[in-house]
Design a protein around this ligand. Structure first.
Ligand code: PLP
Length: 291
């Protein structure tokens, strides 16, 4: 069973609600326009992983969207209530804790905010082992657009994921599992719900690279935590611009995200990607150690 808790000033610990019953007025701008922000976190072994980093990114996304949201204490209280209810009703080995804040009916109405906890999809856990086949898809804008056009909210985690989901459906209709977006000027961006990582081995040097944030991609909390752990483990770190040929020449390419952790890329546009088994094992251990 999944759990639902609304943030509500009348209920300091959050207001438990029935996730299978209708809950939202259809007049909310969040509902009509996808005008809102969210976070997805992994809950496992009684811990919400990287809670602090997700709360920080939620606050930045909300501020970028001019959407006032409740303070951290209210979110933490609602999450505590939601995971306690989830565990009491059966729980799961791995669960997704989702934080949502959306604009109300009128601009000055308080944001409508809630937390859900639900079992993590099995497919993501399976793909950590099997890997994924990926298509490069054109995102249709150049890699410098974010700087020129702050109103596009690039780099914020907004609710408007219809394009991301459409790209995944396109990939599945064409025999792949996943997508890596490229910019109109041929720079590697991100996956619809994950950050791209690549590794290079150069003698004794192990190097980890990821696309640069200036391209307008979402700053990934998993990529950031893996970089922190890798730095301590002696890896060299770097940020793009990356091009498709960098991925073809790498010793491993992964999609990383909070719920799915580290997913190896098997093929890109049907061409095989090298996967250094030792580097994969090392990065998997780093990803598993993130708290
Ligand atoms: N990029 C996009 C577009 C995402 O939606 C996500 C996560 O959902 C990520 C990257 C990875 O972010 P994180 O590692 O913080 O989950």
């Amino acid at each position: 069973m999944s759990s639902l808790v609304f943030l509500d000033p009348a209920y300091p610990a959050g207001r438990l609600a029935d996730i299978s019953a209708p809950q939202l007025p259809v007049t909310l701008q969040g509902v009509n326009r996808g005008d809102g922000v969210f976070e997805s976190m992994l809950y496992t072994q009684q811990t919400v992983r990287k809670f602090e980093a997700h709360l920080a990114r939620l606050a930045i996304s909300a501020e970028t969207s001019d959407l006032p949201i409740p303070d951290e204490r209210s979110w933490r209280a609602a999450v505590d209530t939601a995971v306690a209810d989830f565990d009491a009703t059966g729980g799961a080995e791995e669960a997704v804790v989702k934080l949502v804040a959306m604009r109300g009916e009128l601009d000055h109405d308080p944001a409508v905010c809630w937390v859900t906890v639900s079992p993590a999809p099995r497919i993501g856990m399976e793909q950590r082992e099997t890997g994924v086949d990926v298509l490069f898809l054109d995102r249709g804008y150049d890699s410098m657009l974010a700087e020129r056009a702050p109103w596009l909210l690039m780099g914020a985690k907004t609710l408007s994921y219809a394009v991301n989901m459409a790209a995944l459906r396109y990939a599945r209709k064409h025999g792949a599992h996943e997508v890596i977006f490229t910019s109109a000027d041929g720079v590697v961006l991100e996956a619809p719900t994950a950050t791209v990582l690549l590794a290079q081995r150069d003698g004794d040097t192990r190097r980890l690279l990821t696309p640069m944030l200036e391209t307008g991609i979402l700053p990934g909390t998993t990529q950031s935590a893996i970089f922190d752990a890798a730095r301590q483990d002696g890896w060299e770190l770097g940020y793009g611009p990356l091009r498709p040929e960098d991925l073809y020449q790498a010793d491993g390419v992964w999609l990383v995200s909070s719920v799915r952790l580290l997913t190896p890329v098997r093929t890109l546009d049907a061409k095989p990607i090298r996967m250094d088994a030792e580097l994969h094992a090392q990065l998997s251990a780093l990803a598993d150690s993130i708290r």
